[in-house]
Design a protein. Structure first.
Lengths: 224, 250
């Protein structure tokens, strides 16, 4: 889903950068109030985690595989704005270190995955948790739903941008991308749920959105 | 990522290389697709740059392969694009599908520009160790929070990647095949364990840094030195070459 250089027309690429810059400026400004710069090391490790998690491919059907996106996972763990910062860093590193995703398309790529996938998925997650019973099961179901939709929505945004650039015809590519990613999204949802339930079992205190019971602190463990 | 070569390009100031790369990239990507001579000239310049800097073509080839799926995806839709024959072009049709000149032009456009983009980024990061690249970006006044975040992430990236690969190897050794969608929960549990290990490592690192007096800031960057003559020559030369190719050639 990483768009390379040259796939987007200049106006679409510029619009992607403008939208991304606006969201990131908001995220940096808001995180300046809630996130102390002291937490940057932790955020850095989480960014590296998303990066490493994306390297574990999962099978989709025979032969093809998709990789984990993690936009909803990052937002549920860290909050939407920190999730945004993490995703901006992941995409920038992938672009600068491995030439994965074009530098001129970086704005659009961040918009698709960080904003549409992360912030959009998070909004849906909040809506779902408000409607569903406040239990572990409801929490995980909301995460599954949000992560499935985040993948489909990211792919659709990508398809719309490619079509606006005149690279592909919209009427065909949108259903095609949507259908492929509806399957990839199942893998995303399953992985997000499995990951969250492991973390909820071991360290529920680090799941920012979890409002359930906290773990019993072991003697000698710091509580901050 | 370390620079694997000791040729003349690594000695240049990262700022000069960053600005030259970004400018060249924007010029390449904004070139109209029909200007084949210009693209041939870009290609020649990049071949020369790769030869001079000693960056291996294997690295480039591996990264170009990564672009291929996206390219194939778009290529699959070319027959459905623009049912026309622009400018005395041709239209091959088989079973209702058309291969039109403008469709082929779209394919050429994305193929050449994606390749040039990958080549330019590869040239930059293979000749510049990442910490130097970050310092260059900082001196070019990129936001400090972003630079700080990228720096920390880069430090842990390879640690966590190795952790992930060890888990993968352990799963492989136990006969995990991962061929079907219902194997995905196993990957999910691996990712959960990866997160916990990474997070707890992050906490330990933060506590270690805090106990050594870290309070959010990195030592203030010294006023960046002016570009050396060699850097100016390189930057000026690169900008001039790409501008001339972009504007003057047909």
């Amino acid at each position: 889903m990483h768009i390379p250089d040259g796939f987007l027309s200049a106006p679409v690429a510029a619009a992607g950068y403008a939208a991304s810059a606006a969201v990131l400026a908001l995220a940096v400004k808001r995180s300046g109030q809630t996130l102390e710069e002291r937490q940057v090391p932790l955020l850095g490790v989480t960014t590296a985690f998303v990066f490493a998690a994306q390297m574990l491919n999962f099978p989709v059907a025979m032969g093809t595989s998709g990789h984990f996106l993690g936009a909803v996972l990052a937002a549920v763990l860290l909050g939407p704005l920190n999730g945004c910062l993490v995703f901006a860093a992941v995409l920038t590193l992938q672009c600068l270190l491995f030439a994965d995703g074009g530098l001129t398309a970086l704005g659009a790529n961040f918009f698709n995955m960080g904003v549409v996938g992360g912030v959009g998925g998070y909004a849906l997650f909040r809506l779902a948790t408000a409607l569903l019973p406040r239990s572990r099961r409801g929490f995980l179901f909301a995460a599954a739903l949000a992560s499935w939709i985040s993948v489909v929505a990211s792919a659709s945004a990508c398809a719309v941008e490619l079509a606006l650039s005149g690279t592909v015809p919209l009427g065909l590519v949108l259903p095609a991308m949507g259908m492929v990613h509806a399957i990839i999204g199942i893998g995303e949802a399953v992985i997000t749920v499995a990951t969250l339930s492991v973390i909820l079992a071991a360290r529920p205190d680090v799941v920012g959105e979890w409002r359930g019971p906290s773990p019993v602190l072991l003697v000698g463990e710091t509580s901050s | 990522m370390t620079a694997r070569n000791r040729a003349s390009v690594p000695a240049l100031d990262p700022r000069a290389k960053i600005v030259a790369m970004v400018a060249a990239l924007i010029l390449c990507v904004s070139t109209p697709a029909q200007r084949y001579t210009t693209f041939a000239a870009y290609f020649a310049v990049l071949v020369a740059a790769f030869a001079l800097s000693g960056v291996s073509a294997r690295v480039l080839a591996r990264r170009l392969l990564a672009v291929l799926p996206m390219m194939l995806l778009c290529a699959a839709f070319i027959p459905f694009l623009h049912h026309d024959t622009v400018g005395g072009g041709y239209s091959l049709s088989f079973g209702g599908l058309h291969l039109s000149r403008s469709g082929l032009l779209v394919l050429w456009n994305i193929a050449i520009k994606a390749s040039l983009g990958v080549a330019l980024v590869t040239l930059l990061n293979e000749t510049t160790p990442f910490p130097l690249l970050l310092r260059g970006l900082e001196q070019l006044r990129c936001p400090r929070l972003g630079i700080l975040l990228l720096g920390f992430c880069h430090r842990f990236l390879f640690v966590l990647r190795d952790e992930a690969l060890r888990m993968k190897r352990a799963a492989d050794a136990r006969g995990f095949q991962g061929r079907w969608l219902w194997h995905a929960p196993v990957v999910g549990r691996m990712i959960g364990a990866l997160f916990l290990r990474g997070y707890e490592r992050g906490e330990r690192v933060y506590l270690a840094m805090a106990s050594r007096g870290f309070n959010g800031g990195m030592p203030a960057a010294e006023t960046p030195p002016a570009l050396a003559p060699a850097d100016r020559v390189f930057l000026g030369g690169a900008l001039a070459v790409f501008l001339v190719l972009r504007i003057a050639l047909p």
